[in-house]
Design a protein. Structure first.
Length: 154
């Protein structure tokens, strides 16, 4: 009887460990369902989105306020149009705010960071950010540095 209790305890512990790993994987992947609350849509146009993906987070002052809904190429401007779902409670983003694609850490995930402006008018559903900053591509930065260094030595 004691051996059976021990086997059941070990089995329950293993099941709890596997379940914890599954929950962690779902949270890290961004597939977890959101709060289910109401959202509104904002747009931003970028020259280069880098590794930004749908479901990437959108943050303001380090707090997640939404997710990227989709990324598509605008056939008129040849820029990437990023569609964002913003939490309905955050309805006071000034129209002169800046949307930037930034990287978490040195080689981490890319997400959109919003820096607020000072205008008294706010962005509404369907409107767009006028001021954007594209993703920083490390390979391009290294190339510019190397070419700049080579040109100076000649």
């Amino acid at each position: 009887m004691r051996m059976r209790t021990l086997e059941i305890s070990v089995g329950a512990f293993m099941l709890a460990g596997v379940l914890a790993l599954v929950v962690l994987a779902v949270k890290v992947s961004g597939l977890s369902p959101g709060s289910g609350g109401e959202t509104y849509e904002l747009n931003a146009y970028f020259d280069n989105t880098g590794a930004l993906k749908p479901r990437s987070r959108i943050s303001m002052a380090g707090v997640t306020i939404g997710k990227v809904k989709g990324i598509e190429l605008d056939k008129v401007t040849y820029m990437a149009r990023v569609v964002m779902d913003i939490d309905q409670q955050i309805d006071n983003i000034p129209i002169d705010s800046t949307a930037s694609i930034v990287t978490a850490g040195l080689l981490g995930e890319q997400y959109i960071s919003i820096s607020i402006g000072g205008d008294e008018a706010f962005l509404r559903d369907g409107e767009r950010f006028e001021d954007t900053q594209s993703a920083l591509i490390i390979e391009e930065l290294i190339g510019k540095f190397l070419l700049g260094t080579v040109n100076k030595s000649q």
